[in-house]
Design a protein around this ligand. Structure first.
Ligand code: ZN
Length: 335
């Protein structure tokens, strides 16, 4: 029997191909361009195939290198890829503007993604957590997944995903208790040990010298709406201070961990001197957007590949521009 997930994926791909052929996707793209939109893509990890076998990151944050390569090539041919470090300069005629961002500061952003974007001269922005750099398995979701895979071999990916999602909004102490209950396999003794590393300061400085823009993503990846205001304030402030002192320049860009923000967290960001902050809410950056709540489009392998697993332009255009346009129409104030 064909798994339901495969059937759904195929149906979605067929719908995307029809939209691509008939024209609504193109219409959405032209509307966005006329409104001076910047569509900001939110990526996390780009992995070589051998790393896919070894990572404990969930599939919702992973792209294969070959898929990213084809995506980057498509972007370079079809769109104006802008550097967020220079700030978008208002509506421009010509191609629709797109920005490429990476969250978390994974080692593969430098080792796998950067060679692809550098070869095509595409600017990227990377949001890092200064308190979690140069570590083998710094984020708790990978530690939970590693523990669950080791202790519950029968658990499906969907079950594991549900557990991780549920733990996101629990008290950090409760999360730690779950981890110690499950037992944490040591990164070094586990085959995934080296696949889930974060960038070092050395790599960040090298990337910075080649023109990569850096922004903050809190000090230790706390979900700002789930911690005390005092903790949120120091997570925000410390991340900016650490980045600025390492890079020797002002750092005014921020991405909310998990995209979560509130009026209180936006005020804390403004106090700390950040001028632009990016969420995970699907949408485009327009002149009317709150600069401290700029929408992005999260992309993972399933979002932009067809049933054969190859990058699909039709899927990308449908998942990004059609959906973004539909969202921005729904949220536009009534005329
Ligand atoms: Zn993150």
């Amino acid at each position: 029997m064909i798994p339901i997930r495969t059937v759904r994926r195929t149906m979605r791909w067929l719908a995307a191909c029809v939209m691509w052929t008939v024209g609504p996707t193109d219409l959405a793209r032209r509307h966005l361009r006329r409104r001076g939109a910047v569509v900001v893509l939110a990526l996390h990890r780009v992995l070589e195939d051998w790393q896919l076998e070894r990572t404990n990151s969930l599939s919702g944050i992973v792209l294969r290198r070959i898929t990213f390569s084809r995506l980057a090539e498509w972007l370079s041919r079809r769109y104006q890829v802008v550097d967020l470090g220079r700030g978008p300069s208002g509506p421009t005629p010509g191609q629709l503007r797109v920005a490429i961002t990476f969250d978390d500061g994974w080692h593969d952003t430098c080792a796998v993604a950067l060679p692809v974007t550098s070869a095509l001269r595409l600017p990227i922005t990377v949001f890092v957590c200064p308190g979690l750099l140069a570590k083998d398995r710094p984020f708790w979701p990978e530690r939970v997944v590693a523990a669950l895979r080791a202790n519950r071999p029968g658990a499906t990916e969907a079950e594991i995903e549900t557990i991780v999602e549920d733990l996101k909004y629990r008290d950090p102490a409760e999360r730690d208790a779950t981890l110690s209950r499950e037992g944490q396999p040591e990164a070094a003794s586990h085959p995934a040990g080296s696949a889930d590393r974060t960038l070092s300061w050395g790599q960040i400085l090298t990337m910075h010298r080649t023109g990569v823009t850096f922004g903050a993503h809190t000090q230790t990846h706390q979900i700002l709406t789930a911690v005390d205001e005092g903790v949120a304030a120091s997570e925000i402030r410390e991340s900016r201070v650490a980045l600025e002192s390492a890079l020797g320049m002002s750092c005014a860009l921020f991405a909310y961990p998990n995209g979560n923000h509130s009026a209180a967290t936006r005020a804390l960001l403004a106090d700390a001197g950040f001028t632009e902050a990016f969420t995970m809410k699907r949408g485009a950056w327009m002149a009317t957007s709150d600069p401290l709540a700029i929408p992005r489009v999260n992309l993972a392998e399933d979002d932009i590949t067809g049933p054969g697993g190859r990058f699909s332009r039709a899927m990308f255009e449908y998942m990004v521009f059609w959906r973004v346009w539909r969202t921005s129409r729904a949220s536009a104030p009534a005329q």
